[in-house]
Ligand binder design. Structure first.
Ligand code: 0O2
Length: 204
């Protein structure tokens, strides 16, 4: 019975977050389209989104708080999530600057795991934005998480996620190997930008 009400309440909250997600995606699509009109390279490569499943939300609450009550589930700020993938590392900050100026949502939190990678090597720029929605006859604010990363960062995070999902407690040796790959990819990102800039200056 308790589980049933958690599920019902979560579905209602997730529906609210989904309204916010639609607003954020519409704003991102508008920016992406406008930028595609210019001659410059478009910083957006791929945009995806998801609503967190109840099971994933429960797993996260239990990991973070040791319990998954309705109030804990509602405190999660990434029930709705957008992921923006760029070709180059510096495109991430071009997109970040655009998003801070969008009038339809407000950036309330920023975690720059590119300037400060996680100890395992994870790199990405995370934003939490709040969006005003109209739901059940009244206006409410809901959070949406936006993760911005380049293709190299995304490759690393996808593989690490797959392996961590199958083996939640990897050995220090495996963790060390992932850190070394992350460091190589960080160097690759710098080289890719340098080669891009050299190629452009050769054109001039
Ligand atoms: P999923 O699959 O996206 O639903 P935390 O307390 O750290 O667990 P918090 O406070 O939300 O979570 O903040 P954080 O760490 O800034 O962002 C969490 C999200 O970033 C994760 O969501 C992942 O999507 C991604 N992420 C963070 N760290 C790592 C990492 O080391 N490896 C990979 N592959 N992804 C990471 P969820 O809810 O954990 O998962």
């Amino acid at each position: 019975m308790e589980n049933l009400s958690v599920q019902t309440e979560y579905e209602r909250f997730a529906a609210m977050c989904q309204c916010g997600l639609r607003n954020v995606l519409a704003s991102i699509e508008n920016i992406r389209q406008q930028m595609s009109l210019s001659d410059d390279r478009n910083p957006f490569s791929i945009v995806t989104s998801r609503i967190k499943t109840l099971d994933s939300a429960i797993e996260k609450c239990e990991r973070k708080y040791g319990e998954a009550s309705i109030s804990r589930l509602r405190s999660l700020q990434d029930i709705a999530g957008v992921r923006i993938i760029t070709d180059f590392e510096d495109d991430i900050f071009v997109i970040h600057d655009m998003l801070t100026r969008v009038p339809t949502f407000t950036v309330i939190e920023k975690n720059d795991y590119i300037a400060n990678p996680k100890p395992n090597g994870y790199r990405s720029l995370h934003l939490i934005v709040t969006v005003n929605i109209f739901f059940e006859g009244r206006s409410r604010m809901v959070p949406v998480e936006i993760q911005i990363r380049d293709k190299a960062m995304d490759l690393w995070a996808s593989l690490e996620h797959i392996i961590k999902y199958k083996h939640p407690n990897p050995s220090p040796e495996i963790v060390g190997q992932f850190k070394r790959i992350a460091d190589s990819l960080a160097k690759f990102d710098k080289d890719a930008m340098r080669i891009r800039d050299e190629a452009a200056s050769n054109d001039n």
